[in-house]
Structures are given as structure tokens and as C-alpha cells.
Design a protein around this ligand. Structure first.
Ligand SMILES: C[S@@+](CC[C@H](N)C(=O)[O-])C[C@H]1O[C@@H](n2cnc3c(N)ncnc32)[C@H](O)[C@@H]1O
Length: 311
């Protein structure tokens, strides 16, 4: 499969509609994965427009690769208030800055395409990691369909900043064997597609809720209606890693009151599960039986042992 597609040879109408471009790119991927999947690693500098994860906020939590690309940029299209202005000042002082908030694909795609075709270094800067609730792929597909190559540069997603702030792990032996990145029902997600209660029901899942600050009370009310233990720990981390970061810790039963009292309606990560407190876990197999298994000096990478966990 070629790198980019100027024309649509799948038979889809090339009518300039981003949805047609998304559908055509999806059809291509279904047939065969892009060569670049096998030719490049995450972190490689590649041809085209990089979709960079800015990390959670603190400029020091931007990756080295992301920082280098921003320093070389001429135009940065960024995710508005979710990207810390300190980061923009530190890395993009020299560049033209465009806030993507309130711009649709019909405006964003020609803006980035034209700048790229003029030979400018364009960076698309998303908050956290672009692969988590970033709506990056639709922009990339629309650009690729117009002959502009694109690629991802990962970032630190806010759930990882939140767990560092909480001084815990999202996975913890015997306490949290799984992690769910999710969002609550609302305009984008129907009630049937909201699985927060299912994740909490599983018991050993750390549920990380994005885009749910405004809906903490509704979410907790639904969990209580579904019979979940009101004492289940919940942490709400507002602006993780920003100078005004705030941490509210409570339970399914009382977190809504606490968040309302603090007045947060956006920009917080809600974490549900025993991993919030980090209490009650068991020592790990990695530094127990597995470490003492009898072979000397071999690592998880060079033995045929099942993959060891870092828990
Ligand atoms: C559109 S999503 C983008 C998520 C982003 N791509 C990421 O990986 O973190 C925005 C949501 O991410 C969460 N978020 C983003 N930055 C945050 C931060 N620094 N602290 C807490 N939550 C944050 C909030 O739940 C916010 O509503």
C-alpha cells in the first residue's frame, strides 16, 4: 500500500468531504496495513505532519521527540486550553499558533495541508496522548487522502499523570489486574455504550474516566443505583501536573459533593477502584517466585518463560 493517496481509487467519491476520505482510508487499511506500520517505529522522525502528544500539562512531561519537533515547527495547531500555555511559550515561541477549538475538519484540513504544501513545518499538538480521546485519526486520514503524510508521536496520557500524582499504580497485584480508559454517557456516548458500571462490577479494574468531570454526580448516582459499594475509592485529579493541580479523594458515595464543592466541571480525570489508595495489594511474582525460579542471570526478554509482570 502506498504512503498517501492523492486520488481515490477505491471507487469512493472524492468530493472533498472528510467523511468520504475517512471511509476510503479505512477501506484501504482493511485491505492491507500501510507499509509505514512496518518501516517506522514510534519516535522516528518521518515525512509529513506529526500528531504530537503534549502530555498532561507540565512542559517537562513532553517527550524529547515532541519537543524537538515543536522547536523546528513553523505552524502549531494545538488543542487550546488543554495544552498548557507554558509549554507553548517554552517550545513554540517562534511559531505561528492556531487553536483548533471551534474549528471543524473542513477548516482544519486545508489549513494544515496548505501550510505543509508551502513547505512549512506543521505540528498538530494534542493534549496527553493523541491516541486517547484525541480525534486524531480522522484528521490524519483526511490529510493522507489529500496527499499529506502524517504520523503519531506519543505523549503521556492524563491517566498516567494522575496515577503518578496519586503515588499509585493503575495495575496492582491482586487489586487491579486491568485498566479501563473510558468516558461517561452524554452527547457522544449513548447510555447503552456507557460501560463504567460494568468495569466497576468486575472488581479488579481501575476505571479511568476521561471527559467526565461535569458528570461526576450522574456517574456516581448510576453506580449507586447499580448497587456498587459506596465506599469504593474514587480519585479526581484536576489539571494533573499543572501548577494549579488539585486532588480530591473520596468514594462513590461522597465524591460528587466534594467535586461540586471544589467547583470543577472540566479538565479532571476520575479514577475509580482500590488502586486509588494503593492499599491491599500482594507482593508480586516478579520479585518473588519468578526471580527465584533457578535460572541465573536471564531476563524476561531472553527466556521462554511467560512474560513477567512489573506489578
Ligand atoms: C479530549 S480528552 C483528551 C485526553 C488526552 N488525549 C489525554 O491523553 O490525556 C480531554 C479530557 O482528558 C482529561 N485530561 C486532559 N488533561 C488532563 C490533566 N492534565 N489532568 C486531568 N485530566 C486531564 C480530562 O478528563 C479531559 O476532559
Amino acid at each position: 500500500m502506498g504512503e498517501t493517496t492523492e486520488t481515490d481509487d477505491d471507487g469512493a467519491t472524492d468530493d472533498g468531504d472528510p467523511q468520504s476520505a475517512i471511509d476510503a482510508q479505512g477501506d484501504r487499511r482493511r485491505e492491507e496495513l500501510d507499509d509505514r506500520v512496518f518501516d517506522h517505529s514510534a519516535g522516528d522522525e518521518q515525512a509529513g505532519i506529526p500528531f504530537v502528544g503534549a502530555g498532561p500539562g507540565d512542559p517537562r512531561l513532553l517527550t524529547v521527540a515532541g519537543g524537538e519537533l515543536l522547536e523546528e515547527s513553523d505552524l502549531v495547531v494545538h488543542a487550546g486550553s488543554l495544552v498548557n500555555s507554558e509549554l507553548l511559550e517554552a517550545y513554540c515561541d517562534h511559531a505561528e499558533l492556531v487553536n483548533s477549538v471551534g474549528k471543524d475538519l473542513e477548516e482544519l484540513i486545508p489549513l494544515m495541508r496548505d501550510a505543509y504544501e508551502e513547505g512549512r513545518n506543521v505540528v498538530r499538538l494534542h493534549s496527553g496522548d493523541p491516541a486517547i480521546y484525541g480525534a486524531a485519526l480522522e484528521q490524519m486520514d483526511a490529510l493522507e487522502h489529500e496527499g499529506v503524510p502524517t504520523y503519531f508521536v506519543p505523549g503521556v496520557t492524563s491517566a498516567f499523570a494522575a496515577s503518578a500524582t496519586l503515588r499509585t499504580q493503575l495495575t496492582l497485584n491482586e487489586v487491579a489486574n486491568h485498566v479501563a480508559f473510558t468516558r461517561p454517557q452524554g452527547k457522544t456516548l449513548s447510555a447503552e455504550e456507557d460501560h463504567i458500571s460494568d468495569f466497576v462490577e468486575m472488581g479488579d479494574v481501575t476505571t479511568c474516566i476521561y471527559l467526565g468531570t461535569h458528570a461526576v454526580r450522574d456517574t456516581m448516582d448510576r453506580l449507586l443505583e447499580d448497587g456498587h459499594d459506596p465506599e469504593t475509592p474514587v480519585g479526581v485529579i484536576y489539571h494533573a501536573s499543572w501548577p494549579d493541580e488539585d486532588v480530591i479523594v473520596g468514594s462513590i458515595g461522597d465524591i460528587a459533593d466534594k467535586v461540586e464543592e471544589a467547583g470543577y466541571r472540566a479538565s479532571a480525570l476520575v479514577v475509580i477502584g482500590d488502586a486509588v489508595t494503593g492499599a491491599g495489594y500482594e507482593r508480586s511474582y516478579l520479585y518473588g517466585d519468578w526471580a527465584n525460579r533457578g535460572s541465573s542471570g536471564s531476563s524476561a526478554e531472553n527466556t521462554s518463560e511467560p512474560e513477567a509482570s512489573d506489578d
